[in-house]
Design a protein around this ligand. Structure first.
Ligand code: SF4
Length: 467
């Protein structure tokens, strides 16, 4: 069982290994509910756009924007993102032309009085763009949208490609937060995953970003990669901690070669860790990171105690969206570029994942929406419940009832009754009027959330494992 301290600061979380093993099974990450596999190509586009327009009636409703920049110069063999691999940098200018056209196509559907509280550049590699292209992208966005003074603007950085001029260009358009892809610092692992990135290169990227004025840096690691051992991953964690990141994510490698054929290469030499070793790597990360003073936020996310994510976690003010955990509430997400997913109160929709189809649609003056979902009232109630389970330490029944407009305990009595085994295993505590998620439960939040997801039984195997 996990040591149960309020903030877990500098107290290593020691997990019961059998508990981890027991609950290690496929499950969604719940960056949305319903999850993306439920989106359909037959969703009514008029209804999807109508939902976008309806939210404009409230000009106080904030906006969150996402731009998908899909290009990378080489493929990392573990990668599960929607990417376009090319060394031809001239493709970026053409892509920006289409992004600008898409912004214009979306403009009639968005009330320009609504202000942006969050903007994120992901990919692919946002560092594929030249500084002049980054500035152009910033101008395109700022010319069409107003931002709140405290808007959170963030970018994903590939330390192998970052130049000081790129860091400056993203900073000039407002970025203060950056996340750096590292995955593992061990040279043998790096060769095996086709991502050679000496620690000195990552250290230099961190220095450049700090010197440029970025105030929050996150680092992404992955466990479950070929040749990782407990000793090598402990070294990776120590080396990454020496860079003093504000946030750390330790993602589980999802091996899905039937979806991402390049991952098949990782089966060479039979060097992928066994499921047992994979769990031990996660347990090691949890223990070592919390011993170093990081706060466990939920699932695979950690932050320094002074980081706003840790503060939001302490006070149950966390939110969850396609970018993971967030401190910004109530924004609808509008996402641009191939494969990008947008979210309103009543809908999700996703752009085509094919670059040629994306360019063709936008050039023809059509929004490049490929699939989507109009949520039922029941979907929306369950989304609210699942997101509170994914975010809060104390899931308060009165608060949930107010949010979903019906008495939570009565309407979801069967689901609440189904939690007995999780309570017995110490993942949660039943207290009057609430569920308290224990530190062990915070690691296994997906398992608790899955009890409120009626769609799961049929298609569990399409998701990655919960650890
Ligand atoms: S991990 Fe990042 S840099 Fe590597 S292929 Fe995927 S998106 Fe590109």
């Amino acid at each position: 069982m996990i040591a149960d301290t309020p903030d877990s600061v500098a107290t290593p979380l020691a997990l019961d290994f059998d508990l981890l093993r027991k609950y290690d099974r496929p499950g969604p990450r719940y960056t949305s509910y319903p999850t993306a596999p439920k989106f359909t190509e037959t969703a009514d586009q008029a209804a999807l756009l109508d939902a976008v327009a309806r939210e404009n009636l409230d000009p106080e409703r904030p906006l969150s924007l996402y731009f998908h920049l899909p290009f990378c110069e080489s493929r990392c063999w573990f990668c599960g993102c929607t990417t376009v691999i090319t060394r031809r940098h001239d493709v970026a200018g053409d892509y920006l032309d289409h992004l600008e056209r898409e912004l214009d196509l979306m403009q009639p559907w968005l009330n320009s009085a609504r202000r942006v509280t969050q903007l994120h550049f992901g990919g692919g590699s946002p560092t594929f763009l030249a500084p002049a292209e980054i500035r152009r992208l910033g101008e395109m966005i700022h010319a069409r949208h107003q931002f709140t003074p405290d808007a959170e603007i963030s970018v994903e950085i590939d330390p192998r490609r970052l130049t000081p001029a790129q860091a400056q260009a993203y900073h000039d358009l407002g970025c203060r937060r950056a996340s750096l892809g590292v995955q593992d610092t061990d040279p043998r692992v790096q060769v095996a995953i086709h991502r050679v990135q000496p620690l000195a290169q990552t250290r230099e990227a961190v220095r450049v970003l700090r010197d440029t004025g970025y105030t929050s840096l996150g680092i992404d690691l992955i466990y479950g990669l070929p040749y990782q051992t407990e000793a090598s991953f402990a070294r990776t964690i120590d080396e990454v901690l020496s860079l003093r990141p504000d946030r750390l994510s330790v993602f589980s490698y999802a091996h899905v070669p039937w979806i991402k054929p390049a991952q098949k290469i990782l089966e060479r030499d039979q060097a992928l860790p066994s499921p047992e070793l994979k769990l031990r790597l996660f347990e090691l990360a949890l223990r070592r990171l919390t011993a170093a003073g990081l706060v466990h936020i939920g699932m695979d996310h950690f932050a320094r105690p002074e980081d706003e994510l840790a503060a939001a976690a302490r006070t149950d003010h966390l939110h969850r969206n396609f970018q993971g955990y967030s401190t910004r509430a109530g924004a609808s997400l509008h996402a641009f570029g191939m494969s990008a997913i947008s979210q309103t109160e009543h809908t999700y929709h996703q752009n085509t994942r094919d670059l040629a189809a994306y360019r063709e649609a936008v050039s023809a003056g059509r929004l490049p929406i490929e699939r989507g979902l109009v949520l039922t009232d029941e979907d929306r109630r369950r989304r609210t419940i699942i997101m509170r389970v994914m975010c809060d330490r104390r899931v308060d029944f009165a608060d949930l009832s107010a949010r979903i407009g019906t008495d939570f305990e009565t309407a979801y009595a069967p689901e609440l009754a189904s939690l007995d085994d999780l309570a017995a295993d110490g993942l949660l505590r039943r207290v009057p009027g609430a569920l308290e998620i224990t530190p062990a439960g915070a690691v296994l939040r997906r398992i608790i959330a899955m009890r409120f997801d009626p769609s799961l039984a049929a298609d569990e195997t399409r998701y990655s494992r919960t650890i």
